[in-house]
Design a binder for this molecule. Sequence first.
Ligand code: GRF
Length: 215
Amino acid sequence: MVRKRVAILISGRGSNMAALIEAAKDTAYPAEIVLVFTNRPGAEGIKRAEAAGISTSMMSDANRSREDFERVIDDALAAYDIDIVCLAGYMRLLTPGFVTRWQNRMLNIHPALLPAFKGLDTHARALAAGVKVHGATVHFVVPEMDSGPIVVQGAVPVLDDDTAETLAARVLAVEHRIYPLALRLAAEGRVRVVDGRCIIDGARAPPGSFVVPDL
Ligand code: GRF
């Protein structure tokens, strides 16, 4: 098996990056993490990537146009011969040109069940809306923010005494499970995009899977 070469783009703490690195330690995993790039040189996640022995590249995007900055990213991705890009808490919008070049080869994780709650503060907004189920989504990136074909979603119940913080923690645990799963499926070539939807070869519903709370 030829493992896909993956770059992860981060701007912050990097816990999803760490989950991907952990999954890829298994040599049977179909992707290897060869580069972590950040637009925030102080990002906590960079230390974690270095500790895991992954090559890192950093460049502040302050005072740089989007196009100039993306040339820097392009060069890094080309230098490492990258097949798949994973955005993991990467807090800068990418140009349509860049996104189109990586069409169906660039994943993002969003802390809500898309298409609900695009954008920021998803947990507070889910609480305010009174939804009973919340979760996270891994999707292919398209030019429109937090849109694009959905690869995997994971759901959690919302409890009456949740705060944005407790809900975020419950969702984060799901993020750390679904991102390695989605990358595995994409790296195995099991994800086909048809009419804006992902068709996953061999996917079945797990038996008896409910996300309602214990009542
Ligand atoms: C995660 O909640 C992710 O869904 C969102 O940004 C956060 C990044 O967290 N896109 P981390 O840096 O992976 O810990």
